[in-house]
Design a protein around this ligand. Structure first.
Ligand SMILES: Nc1ncnc2c1ncn2[C@@H]1O[C@H](COP(=O)(O)OP(=O)(O)OP(=O)(O)O)[C@@H](O)[C@H]1O
Ligand SMILES: [Mg+2]
Length: 265
C-alpha cells in the first residue's frame, strides 16, 4: 500500500522525514514523512495506539527517534525548541494534576524560555499571561490550583500557556476530548484566529467532523503515514478504511520470530 503524499507547500513549518520511534524494540512509528505548511490547521487522525501522541512527543524531543529528522520553522528540533517556536498541549491523561501550582503560574511557564535563570517575570511577561488567559476566558480563575479546574478548563489553561509562549507551531493532542460544546466552539474560534495570525496547528482528534469542519490539511496515521495533504483530497472513505484497518503495512513485512519452546523438556 502506497501512502498518498501531497506536494510540499510553499512554506513548511513542520517537516518530518523518515522518522521511526520504538519503545524497547516495539515499533510505534515507522518511516513517517510529512510536511505541514504555515498558517494551517492540520488534523492528525488514527486509531488508539496509532502513534499520534508518540509523533507529538518526537516533535517535542521527548522521545528519541531510532532514525529520521525533524525540522520546525526551518530549524533543527533542538534549535526550534530553544527559540520557543513550538508549544505542546499534551493529552490530558499524561499530566500530573497534583502538582501544586496555580493557573497563572502554569501559563507563566510558557514565558520561562525567554527569561534568565532566576525566572523573575518582567511586566511584559505578566501582560502576555493576562492576555493569554483572557483569550481562553480563564482570567477569573488565575489563582486556582490547576488540579481544581474542570477538564475543559485545564485544557484551556494549557492552551493559554502555549499562547503566552508565542509559539508559531502548536501541537495539540486531543484538545477536544471531554470538553463541552461551548468550550469546543471557543477552541475552534481560537484555532481559526491562530491560523489567521500565521501560526500552524497540528491537532489530533477522534472526531471526523472537526477535520471536515476546519482542518485544511490532514494526516492519516497507522504507525506510518497512510495519507496526508489537503483535507478535500485526502479525507476520503477509502483512505480512512486503509487507516483504520488493524494491520499497518510494515507489520506485514516484519520477520517472523523463531518459535520458542517455553515448556519443560
Ligand atoms: N512509554 C511507552 N512505553 C512503551 N510503549 C508505549 C509508550 N507510549 C506509547 N507506547 C505504545 O506505542 C504505541 C503508540 O502509542 P501512542 O500513545 O502514540 O498512540 P495514540 O495514537 O496517541 O493513541 P490514543 O488515540 O489512544 O491516544 C502504542 O502501542 C502504545 O502502547
Ligand atoms: Mg494519544
Amino acid at each position: 500500500m502506497e501512502a498518498v503524499h501531497a506536494k510540499p507547500g510553499p512554506i513548511e513549518r513542520i517537516s518530518v522525514r523518515n522518522l521511526s520511534v520504538d519503545y524497547h524494540g516495539i515499533v510505534a512509528l515507522h518511516d513517517v514523512s510529512l510536511q505541514v505548511q504555515a498558517s494551517s490547521l492540520c488534523g492528525l487522525v488514527g486509531m488508539n495506539g496509532a502513534g499520534k501522541s508518540t509523533l507529538f512527543k518526537a516533535l517535542m524531543g521527548f522521545v528519541r527517534p531510532s532514525c529520521g529528522s525533524i525540522v520546525i520553522d526551518g530549524l533543527p528540533l533542538r534549535q526550534a525548541r530553544r527559540s520557543q517556536a513550538v508549544a505542546y498541549v499534551p493529552q490530558m491523561e499524561s499530566v500530573d494534576w497534583n502538582f501544586p501550582v496555580n493557573v497563572g503560574n502554569v501559563v507563566m511557564m510558557g514565558r520561562y524560555g525567554g527569561m534568565n535563570l532566576l525566572r523573575i517575570p518582567r511586566p511584559r511577561d505578566h501582560r502576555a499571561v493576562r492576555k493569554s488567559l483572557e483569550r481562553v476566558d480563564l482570567w477569573s480563575l488565575r489563582d486556582r490550583q490547576i488540579g481544581e479546574l474542570s477538564g475543559g478548563q485545564r485544557k484551556r489553561a494549557f492552551l493559554a500557556r502555549a499562547l503566552a509562549q508565542g509559539a508559531s507551531v502548536l501541537l495539540l493532542d486531543e484538545p477536544f476530548a471531554g470538553v463541552d460544546i461551548r468550550t469546543e466552539k471557543l477552541m475552534i474560534q481560537l484555532f481559526e484566529q491562530f491560523r489567521a495570525e500565521g501560526r500552524t496547528l497540528l491537532i489530533s482528534t477522534h472526531d471526523f467532523s472537526h477535520v471536515r469542519g476546519f482542518c485544511d490539511q490532514v494526516v492519516l496515521i497507522n504507525k506510518t503515514v497512510m495519507a496526508y495533504g489537503d483535507t478535500s483530497e485526502v479525507f476520503t472513505e477509502e483512505n480512512l478504511a486503509r487507516t483504520f484497518s488493524t494491520i499497518p503495512p510494515h507489520d506485514l513485512a516484519l520477520p517472523v520470530e523463531d518459535e520458542v519452546w517455553l515448556g519443560e523438556a
